[in-house]
Design a protein around this ligand. Structure first.
Ligand code: FAD
Ligand code: SIN
Length: 525
């Protein structure tokens, strides 16, 4: 068995993990493990951009207000203030690292608008902002001699006193993290990575649903791992469905049609070509996402249609080609010229608003364990995330977590008593169908019973069905030589269980959690 010791263990190579690693590296050796290629993760697919206050007439107060409104007043006002007031500095750092955001002819940043924003404030690199950020961060990480990246290394579980036979209550602040067990996918060995501090930056859990914009790696591993280790998980009921993913049923993940296209004037229409958002919200196609996704869902239920349309035909062709070249090319590749044809769209699971509860320095309740990015719950998003606030959140809290970890690193010791992984009594599972069929069932249950509109009955059904899948998978997990697929299925089931339980516990309709059992009069309807 392989044992490894590092000062800073980072799990995940998206914006949260990489931006943290670059700062932590000033104070010691950093090892980043990532379960696929380093570039893979939600970050590289981010289209619209990153929200930040750059110029007047925008102000921090306006961005704070928009974030609070989108979050349906469930965001933590102090965390919102921290995030927004630190936005400009974090953006300047990104630019200093080499990230290029588009500028207009007067040399100022070309700021876009998205749903719920009262000002133009979204910095972007055409419609491929995430790829630009991910590539630059990776380049800087590769140049840094203090950082090692282990690709195709899957983190299985966090190391705590549990592995020394001492169990603590969930939520206890006595729990300590000593690193992680990590599966090397190339040779199937499980490494014991001992670390002074561990950062979980494993992204979201979109694959708990059948239709998602998230890449396959988004299986909620970090959230499930931290839960198993006794960490506090919160607000999992708030799963954001993006209103406009391209309707192309055979394609997985669903291709996103950025909200910035609506910010540039594209309008939602029914299957028969009629505008409908005036029935739902005075902000029309640019209302916050929870409202737009629910309106689309309602229109589809009324008409029985499989998709609706986004109409961008009236937008100047040059604007489309300059700002949205990837969307133009993608649609054209399936026979849709968006300057002439309407774009068929459906909502798709997009963003996990809740996750590992952390404080203003990204600290979880588990000692020496940080979390940042989509797997975390900082309190910024409340009941619904404001568009393009998540890349920003990752930057702000990875920065703050790195400050805290760097200041403490020398005082933290390794725990050498942690045993190696015990694989005794396990055998290779020859039947992949046991995993793939359970995954399909799970995704069907979540999409049909725990989607955009919920009810007590649907949630109870989902919970009952999930119990069977959970028991079968635990049994298989105990007996199997570990593979990525069985671990991911187990993690997705853990995450699904958290979503359902928290949805059942929320006895109201709020933000992204909308239940027909708790009818609500919406302000703007
Ligand atoms: P990710 O970038 O998803 O990275 C997670 C990393 O963890 C990956 O490297 C993954 O391989 C690794 N990992 C996961 N589990 C394990 C494990 N068990 N072991 C080892 N490694 C593991 N947000 C915005 O603010 N603006 C946008 O314009 C925008 N557009 C988006 C468009 C799309 C299509 C999608 C899907 C999301 C978009 N978002 C946007 C959301 C945003 O991209 C994500 O929230 C953000 O990139 C998350 O960053 P992250 O670092 O937390 O996770
Ligand atoms: C988009 O470009 O519409 C996605 C933005 C986001 O998810 O924040």
């Amino acid at each position: 068995m392989i044992r490894k010791k590092v000062d800073f263990l980072v799990i995940g190579t998206g914006i949260a993990g990489l931006s943290y690693a670059l700062k932590a590296a000033s104070a010691g050796k950093v090892c980043i493990v990532t379960k696929s290629e380093a570039v893979e993760g939600a970050t590289r697919y981010a289209q619209g951009g990153i929200a930040a206050v750059m110029y007047t007439p925008d102000t921090y107060e306006k961005h704070i207000r928009d974030t609070m409104i989108a979050g349906d007043d469930l965001s933590d006002p102090e965390i919102v203030r921290i995030t927004i007031t630190e936005s400009t500095s974090r953006i300047k750092e990104l630019i200093a690292l080499g990230v290029e955001f588009d500028k207009n002819s007067s040399g100022r940043y070309d700021l876009a608008k998205e749903g719920g924003h009262s000002e133009f404030r979204v910095l972007h690199h055409k419609d491929q902002t995430g790829a630009e950020i991910e590539n630059i961060l990776l380049q800087r990480v590769y140049e840094n001699k203090n950082i090692e990246i282990l690709e195709n290394h899957f983190a299985i579980d966090l190391l705590t006193q549990h592995h020394l036979g001492i169990d603590q209550e969930t939520g206890s602040e006595e729990i300590e993290c000593f690193g992680a067990y990590v599966l090397n996918k190339s040779n199937h060995q499980i490494m014991t990575v001992l670390a002074r501090t561990t950062m979980v930056a494993t992204g979201g859990a979109g694959n708990v649903y059948a239709t998602t914009t998230n890449p396959p790696v988004a299986t909620g591993d970090g959230i499930a791992m931290v839960k198993r280790a006794g960490g506090i998980i919160e607000k999992m009921e708030f799963i954001q469905f993006h209103p406009t993913s391209l309707y192309n049923p055979a394609e997985k993940p669903s291709f996103l049609i950025t909200e910035a296209l609506r910010g540039s004037g594209a309008v939602l229409k029914t299957f028969s070509g009629k505008e409908f958002m005036q029935k739902y919200d005075s902000r029309l196609s640019l209302a916050p996402r929870d409202i737009v996704a629910r309106a689309i869902d309602n229109e589809m239920k009324i008409s029985g249609d499989d998709y609706l349309y986004l109409d961008a035909r009236h937008i100047d062709k040059q604007v489309i080609l300059n700002h949205f070249p990837a969307i133009y090319a993608k649609c054209l590749s399936i026979g849709i010229d968006i300057t002439r044809d309407m774009i068929p769209i459906v909502p798709a699971a997009h963003y996990t608003c809740g996750g590992i509860k952390v404080d203003e320095y990204g600290r979880s309740n588990i000692r020496n364990l940080y979390a940042s990015g989509e797997c975390s719950s900082t309190g910024l998003h409340g009941a619904n995330r404001l568009a393009s606030n998540s890349l920003l959140e990752s930057l702000v809290f990875s920065h703050r977590a790195s400050q805290d970890a760097v200041s403490r690193i020398k005082s933290i010791s390794f725990n050498n008593s942690i045993p190696d992984w015990n694989a005794l009594g396990t055998v290779y599972n020859e039947e992949m169908v046991l995993i793939t069929q359970s995954l399909r069932e799970l995704q069907g249950i979540m999409s049909n019973y725990v989607g955009i509109v919920r009810s007590n009955l649907r949630l109870k059904r989902a919970q009952d069905r999930l119990h069977i899948l959970y028991a079968e998978t635990e049994d298989l997990y105990e007996k199997s030589v570990l593979t990525e697929k069985i671990c991911e299925l187990r993690n997705l089931l853990n995450v699904a269980g958290l979503i359902i339980q928290m949805a059942m516990d929320r006895k109201e309709s709020r933000g992204l959690h909308h239940s027909i059992d708790y009818p609500r009069q919406y302000k703007n309807f």
